[in-house]
Design a protein around this ligand. Structure first.
Ligand code: GDP
Length: 416
């Protein structure tokens, strides 16, 4: 597998929400489904979601960890914890810096709440590509369309539905997928197809047809080639439409919206698909810039040297979170360039001293996996760094580069 195709299979994302909107539940469900994806052969029909959830709870799930790594359809998704509480804005700031994309969860009853607005503005500042998940559609009082309207009113964005709900409150059973034009219905957390697109109720069908047209008009405007294909053939292939949606999502022209209920396990698998389809891989964002020299903090950041995501270049990474647990101190590092092996010496260029890298790990839901090396675009947790703090740059031993502390990788618009 080439290095680039490896990179294309990584997503570094955050999940952010107003408190109680369902961030924890959604993360749990993601870990459940991505765990299942490894062991699909062992999952029997009768082995319900709930059984597994109980086991997860007993294990004291690692979602409180700084990052969790999971696998979905041959891709690796690193979920970086972004604290949601309002007084953690410094933390949110810090973690947004290392994200390539984010999932914004809003509530199906209340819609956009104040804290979502705050986090949204922060994500704007760092130009983080985003997809939106309207959660809790099973709750009494839930209204997808009203919640959807609050996106436009409070966030002043072009929100673009990729799905519409089938039923609502206790009758919420699934979604119409407007991209692939199919109905997805869940039973007991398992995907089941009860009816197809042609058979959805007439009033919903009308709405879905309208929403599909809006999707085509809006998404294709983000991609000239896709637009040409549409005019030539009168329709576009699913892959073409997905590419156009991804372009628009990365540039922020519009924000794709999905929906469901994490708690009742409806909508989580398509959300994971959307992370792969519409949020960028590490090499689809521009990279990170070196820090401004003292006295030059106000200069145009684009004048400063850009560190591109390049596994062949000298090593450079940012320590973005440090946690102490029963195993000792874990330093989470986002690697921007080069490759680092355990045992290597690195230079902490922020503090101007050398340290040796000990063991390194990736954190999975139920275990930590030791790895021998970590490459540009990826994230790893290092054990035993003694004098490295949050925000410090680690670089190749003979290098002096210091990475921008607060700047976020600027999206590359052209991803074709
Ligand atoms: P967080 O504060 O954003 O992490 O929210 P949690 O995931 O802890 O959820 C807050 C509460 O809402 C918990 O009691 C969850 O069980 C509940 N909850 C989360 N998602 C859903 C959902 O889709 N439907 C319903 N009815 N409740 C949910």
């Amino acid at each position: 597998m080439s290095v680039i195709s490896e990179l294309s299979k990584i997503r570094n994302i955050g999940i952010t929400a107003h408190i109680d909107a369902g961030k924890t539940t959604t993360t749990e469900r993601i870990l459940y489904y991505t765990g299942v994806s490894h062991r699909i052969g062992e999952v029997h029909e009768g082995n319900t979601t709930t059984d597994y959830m109980d086991q997860e709870r007993e294990r004291g799930i690692t979602i409180t960890s700084a990052t969790v790594t999971c696998e979905w359809k041959d891709h690796r998704i690193n979920i970086i914890d972004t604290p949601g509480h309002i007084d953690f804005n410094i933390e949110v700031n810090r973690s947004l810096r290392v994200l390539d994309g984010a999932v914004f969860i809003i509530e199906g009853v209340a819609g956009v709440q104040p804290q979502s607005e705050t986090n949204w503005r922060l994500a704007d500042r760092y130009r983080v590509p985003r997809i939106i998940f309207i959660n809790k559609l099973d709750r009494t009082g839930a209204d997808f369309y009203r919640a959807f309207d609050t996106l436009k009113e409070k966030l002043d964005i072009i929100a673009l539905p990729l799905q519409l709900p089938i039923g609502i409150e206790e009758n919420f059973v699934g979604v119409v997928d407007l991209v692939e034009m199919r109905a997805i219905v869940w039973e007991g957390g398992e995907l089941g197809a009860k009816f197809n697109y042609q058979d959805i109720p007439a009033d919903l069908k009308e709405r879905a047809d309208e929403a599909r047209q809006l999707l085509l008009d809006t998404a294709l405007a983000a991609d000239n080639e896709a637009m040409e294909e549409y005019f030539e053939k009168g329709d576009v292939a699913v892959a073409t439409l997905k590419r156009a949606i991804k372009k628009g999502a990365i540039s922020g022209e519009f924000r794709p919206v999905l929906c469901g209920t994490a708690f009742k396990n409806k909508g989580v698998q398509p959300l994971l698909d959307a992370v792969l389809d519409y949020l960028p891989a590490p090499d689809e964002v521009e990279g990170i810039r070196v820090a401004a020299e003292e006295g030059h903090e106000d200069e145009d950041p684009t004048l400063r040297r850009l560190i591109k995501i390049d596994p062949q270049a000298p090593f450079a990474g940012l320590a973005f979170k440090i946690i102490n647990d029963k195993y000792g101190t874990l330093t989470f590092v986002r690697v921007y360039s080069g490759t680092l092996k355990s045992g290597d010496m690195v230079m902490n260029t922020t503090k101007d001293h050398k340290e040796r890298i000990g063991r390194m790990f990736q954190m999975h839901a139920d275990k930590r996996a030791e790895i021998k090396e970590v490459t540009a675009g990826d994230i790893a947790a290092f054990v035993g760094l003694k004098d490295t703090g949050t925000g410090d740059t680690l670089a190749a031993a003979d290098d002096q580069v210091i990475l921008e502390r607060m700047a976020f990788p600027v999206p590359v618009i052209d991803i074709s």
